[in-house]
Design a protein around this ligand. Structure first.
Ligand SMILES: [Fe+2]
Length: 187
């Protein structure tokens, strides 16, 4: 399998692990238990810093290449860039609310839960759709040279939570994910 596709799939596995941590937090919050604002904020912040900046633009470029090789399949994938923009907006909205709550501002519990659920549900649906149709369609239609061109144009950093050069800022988040075995296997 092409290295770029492996990278995108690994990103999905990693993002899904974080989404499961997010879901645990949100479910506890919905059950009127306390929530760890730092973990929630760090996951949303990670999504703004890595998937929104590097993973999604790379997928957009893969889709452009797919369009030139199999326009019907690309049509079926739909408007990924618009979906990515919508996810970024929902992530941003949730991040703003949870940051305010963490900083002591009074935010209605329902509002936090609604924003958290919208982010979580749409992210999970989006990843599942890409895994089921987009990635297999790209794998089938793109040629070796296409993947090489994508790879040569790729200038993203390693993942700040799961990569070789984990950022200090995300140390706690990495620990949260890695210390629970139920979260270490792919979704
Ligand atoms: Fe993706």
């Amino acid at each position: 399998m092409a290295a770029i596709l492996q990278l995108l799939q690994r990103d999905h596995t990693n993002i899904s692990r974080l989404l499961r941590v997010f879901e645990e937090q949100l479910t506890a919050f919905e059950a009127a238990e306390t929530v760890d604002y730092d973990v929630i904020v760090d996951i949303l912040d990670y999504c703004r810093s890595y998937p929104d900046r590097y993973h999604h633009p790379l997928e957009d470029r893969v889709l452009e290449t797919l369009r030139s090789r199999d326009s019907d399949a690309a049509e079926q994938v739909g408007d990924l860039a618009a979906q990515h923009a919508a996810l970024a907006a929902e992530t941003d909205a949730a991040l703003t609310l949870f940051l305010d709550a963490r900083n002591g501002k009074e935010i209605a519990r329902d509002e936090l839960i609604r924003a958290g659920r919208a982010f979580l549900t749409h992210y999970q649906q989006h990843i599942a759709a890409e895994d089921v149709f987009f990635f297999p369609a790209a794998e089938k239609a793109l040629r070796d040279q296409d993947w090489r061109d994508l790879e040569n144009a790729w200038d993203g950093p390693s993942d700040p939570v799961f990569g070789d050069r984990e950022e200090e800022h995300y140390r706690r988040l990495r620990h949260e994910v890695l210390t629970d075995n139920s979260r270490t296997s792919p979704a």
